[in-house]
Structures are given as structure tokens and as C-alpha cells.
Design a protein around this ligand. Structure first.
Ligand code: ATP
Length: 356
């Protein structure tokens, strides 16, 4: 991990009036660039593909400048160019995934949020320890496949976006679906409705829903469109489909905005608060956007199967605000909220609280 002192020294030398917000051209970059522009920052799009022409269609989200790289690790060879532009990097899911956790941790460029969270988030066991010890309920793990006595989801370790996951209802189905080459975790399949809750934790803001030394905001919520499970039912009974070699898959293809019944909001805030407080105890806190991904059962219980500790693509429908963020400030996307936090921190001389 790049030492925090090194990052703070770099920040000290930055021209605070000429900060540039940079991110990888994918995932939630339109929202991040649009938000940075609204807050008055210069913007830089990092890309390894020739995938930037589509920004011409979105002038309000087109970065001021692009930096074309040969590979993601090439970013580490271009550090001087980034520092010369007073760059603050905004991580998003694809950025960290494509670059790799190791390289991302070592990148000697000021980055929004606490990079210590990566080690806790990228390992399923450690993530479970964090969330459960915070008091968040997760779907139980079934250690021995022979003990599968209810629907379960078999998750391959390291598989991203639900690729290759499969549902089994007993040991036979487990054996039928398993790829023996991969390591896996067996989790109870929770029946209910999915909610992906987008929070923002500010260590600087002192009003609102106070948590730890700062404030917790609920930005928005989405539900993921997942192919092919979302449409598979149209083809009839799943047992018959399996015989034809058609298995449900969970590949994310898009996001749909949702709101949750209002009586569940206290629980939503409780969970967010617990996770933030525990993050402080375990690794010095989690700053900025994060997402709890869970399922609400018909008993109105939440079971959380994952946390993403940065901006999620599910916040993309809310570029002009959401039914929740509108109640704090209108026209506030998560992307814009990140830039607002950087701006406020820079003005208050508190960049050390939000950058690592
Ligand atoms: P990503 O890192 O992209 O979020 P992932 O590979 O870590 O994905 P998960 O988010 O854990 O995978 O799960 C993928 C999808 O599988 C979820 O969006 C949800 O639809 C479904 N899912 C995950 N866990 C459960 C569960 N315990 N019960 C029911 N459905 C689940």
C-alpha cells in the first residue's frame, strides 16, 4: 500500500485551484465527469481502448482531456503526468477490477476514499467477518455440499458479476452444475426482492444523520438487470430447461431505479451506520460512496450478500438526483457528491480525511 504520508506530501504540492478529477472511461464515468464539471473541476478520462467517441454524444459528461494508455498497468508508468495535472483518481468497480487490487493499492496518485478497504472487500471471508461483526445479517454458508437441503447459490471465488454462479436444490444438482476446476462458496439462496442501497459517508459533514465523526447519506437505490435469470421464467419450468442445458446466469446488463417501502428506511440507516462504525474499528474507516446489496424477504428481513465500497453503476440512473438525494439537495448524483466532498475538503484543509 502506498504510504499515506507520501500521498499527503503530494497533495501538499498540488495547486488546489487546479485539481483534476480523473477516472477510467467506463462503468459510472459519465456521472463522475458530469458531477466533477458541475463542481468546477477539470476532468481527465483514462482509457486503454478506443472507446471514447461515444462521449461526443454527451457533452456535459465528456472529460476535458483523455489519456490513452497501452494497458491498465501502464497507469503506473504515467504517474508524473497525472501528478502534473493535480489529479485525484475516483475509483469505480471496473477501474479496480481491470487494474487489479495490488496495482491499485500501490498507485502513488491521490485517490478518493480509503484504499485499505480493498483488502476487506475483495476477500469473501473477510467481507463476511466485517459485515457480520457489524451486526448485518447475511445469507448462511453451507460448508458441506452433501448438506444442501434448500435452494443454494454456488458462487465461484473471484468470479465477477455473478459469472458462472448456479442454483442447486440438493447435492445431485450441485454435482451436476459444478466446475471442479474452480473454488466456490455455497450460500443459502434468499427468496425475496433485491435492493442495492447506495450510501455516502462523509467524515467532514457534521449535520444530517450523524455517524461516527461525520454524516451518512442515502443517495439512491437500484435493482440490477441480470441476464439471463430475469427472463428465464418465460421459457417455462426450470427443471425442463436444465435438461436442455439452459441454466440461470447472473450477468449484470443494466440497472433499474427503485425505492423501498418507507417503513424499512430506519433499518437501511441502521445497517449503513453499523457498517461504517465497524469499518473504523477494523481498518480506519470507509469514506464516500458504498453499496449494500441485499434481499428483503416476505418477513421484511434484510439479508445482505455483498458490499461494494465505492460508487456502483446502479447509481447511474440518478444523474439528476433521486427520490432520496433530492431531500438533501436537488440535482445531486453520487458522482457529483464525490466531487462536492473533494471541494469542501480542499476548502477546509481536510483533504487528509477523504484521500488516500
Ligand atoms: P459483483 O462483484 O459484480 O457485485 P459478484 O460476482 O460478487 O458480483 P454477487 O453480487 O454476490 O456476485 O451476486 C450476483 C447476483 O446473484 C446478485 O446480484 C443477486 O441477484 C444474486 N445473489 C447473490 N447472492 C444471493 C443469495 N444469497 N440469494 C439469492 N440471490 C443471490
Amino acid at each position: 500500500m502506498v504510504p499515506k504520508e507520501k500521498i499527503l506530501k503530494i497533495l501538499d504540492e498540488y495547486d488546489k485551484d487546479k485539481l483534476t478529477v480523473a477516472t477510467l472511461c467506463s462503468h459510472s464515468s459519465l456521472q463522475i465527469f458530469n458531477g466533477a464539471k458541475k463542481e468546477g473541476f477539470r476532468t481527465l478520462g483514462l482509457t486503454v481502448k478506443d472507446n471514447f467517441r461515444y462521449y461526443d454524444a454527451f457533452p456535459k459528461a465528456k472529460p476535458d482531456e483523455f489519456m490513452k494508455l497501452d494497458s491498465y498497468s501502464d497507469l503506473l508508468d504515467n504517474v508524473d503526468e497525472l501528478l502534473a495535472r493535480n489529479v485525484i483518481v475516483i475509483p469505480h468497480g471496473s477501474f479496480v477490477e481491470y487494474m487489479g487490487t495490488d496495482k491499485f493499492e500501490k498507485m502513488p496518485v491521490p485517490t478518493f476514499g480509503n484504499r485499505n478497504v480493498l483488502r476487506w472487500e475483495s476477500n469473501r471471508d473477510r467481507m463476511r467477518m466485517w459485515l457480520e461483526s457489524a451486526g448485518v445479517v447475511m445469507p448462511p454458508i453451507i460448508e458441506d455440499p452433501k448438506e444442501i437441503d434448500r435452494p443454494v447459490l454456488v458462487k465461484y471465488n473471484g468470479a465477477k458479476g455473478g459469472r458462472g454462479f448456479f442454483i442447486a436444490k440438493d447435492y445431485n444438482e450441485f454435482k451436476l452444475g459444478l466446475d471442479p476446476e474452480q473454488s466456490y462458496t455455497i450460500q443459502e439462496y434468499v427468496l425475496g426482492t433485491r435492493y442495492y442501497l447506495h450510501y455516502f459517508y462523509s467524515p467532514i459533514r457534521k449535520d444530517g444523520f450523524k455517524v461516527h465523526d461525520g454524516s451518512l447519506e442515502l443517495m439512491s437505490m437500484d435493482r440490477r438487470d441480470e441476464s439471463n435469470i430475469d427472463e428465464l421464467y418465460k421459457l417455462g419450468a426450470s427443471e425442463e430447461l436444465k435438461r436442455l442445458g439452459l441454466f440461470p446466469t447472473f450477468v449484470v446488463t443494466g440497472n433499474v431505479p427503485v425505492v423501498i417501502r418507507e417503513s424499512l428506511l430506519p433499518k437501511v440507516f441502521d445497517m449503513g451506520e453499523q457498517v461504517v462504525n465497524r469499518a473504523y474499528e477494523l481498518f480506519g474507516g470507509m469514506i464516500g460512496p458504498f453499496c449494500l446489496e441485499g434481499i428483503v424477504t416476505d418477513k421484511l428481513e434484510f439479508k445482505v450478500f455483498e458490499i461494494s465500497s465505492r460508487i456502483v453503476a446502479g447509481s447511474n440512473p440518478f444523474i439528476s438526483g433521486s427520490p432520496y438525494s433530492d431531500l438533501t439537495e436537488e440535482n445531486m448524483s453520487t458522482g457529483r457528491r464525490i466531487s462536492r466532498e473533494i471541494k469542501v475538503a480542499a476548502q477546509a484543509g481536510q483533504m487528509d480525511k477523504v484521500i488516500s
